[in-house]
Design a protein around this ligand. Sequence first.
Ligand SMILES: O=C(O)[C@@H](COP(=O)(O)O)OP(=O)(O)O
Length: 258
Amino acid sequence: MSKYKLFLLRHGEGAWNKENRFCSWVDQKLSEDGVKEAQDCGRLLKEQGYKFDLVFTSILSRSIQTAWLVLEAMGQEWVPVVKSWRLNERHYGSLIGLNRAEMAQQHGEEKVKLWRRSYDITPPLIDESHPYFLEIYNDRRYTTCDVPIKDLPRAESLKEVLDRLLPYWNSTVVPEIRNGRTVLISAHGNSCRALLKYLEGISDEDIASVTLPTGIPVLLELDENLKPVKPRQLLGDQAKIQAAIKKVEDQGKAKPST
Ligand SMILES: O=C(O)[C@@H](COP(=O)(O)O)OP(=O)(O)O
């Protein structure tokens, strides 16, 4: 029997989602379309009568901005928002800033698919020579983490995302859910995929075909042991959701960048 409802949300479209660049730990804001997606998401959740008690976000602006816009559209701005780097997007290492279609032209679509969707392949590490290295590691927000900056990731597989996310899930999110709070996690494509893999027990192989579009809430109904009692529901117009999933999948195809 369903005891708890948990909502996962990949933020609305960010500026670099639009440009088809790996964004990861670079702090991009939402695009105009992304703002609209987040507002539409909030309106939909309000129409369906959902109420949140607590929202968790990463420390990247696009997930925080999305949470604010959703709460505003729901008229629930007062709901507390708690932030942690442990919900950040997967660290894409030296791929950060690069265009996926150009990478597919240079390295082949299969390689890009492995980098994006395999469970345990870590992309090449970022180093000091990378154009976004200083922007990331000199950012004051990373001095607030529960690990020193030098120990923060330099690239992550999906498995490594789950390894850094799970302690936070267990210590901080789970007690709130067990206390009966309805939680929204406003995060990223891959931090949400990692959590979905864990909660739904998805195999290392099958997680490769799970894709989350931007701005679409995912509802999980969980039993008392926080195990899903039914398949995840992506809320909204199902034809539009399928088209949005295909668009994310196609980002890794080798077509000339526009
Ligand atoms: O880092 C990024 O560019 C995307 C995910 O990229 P893919 O894994 O889909 O390539 O993360 P998000 O937009 O959810 O923050």
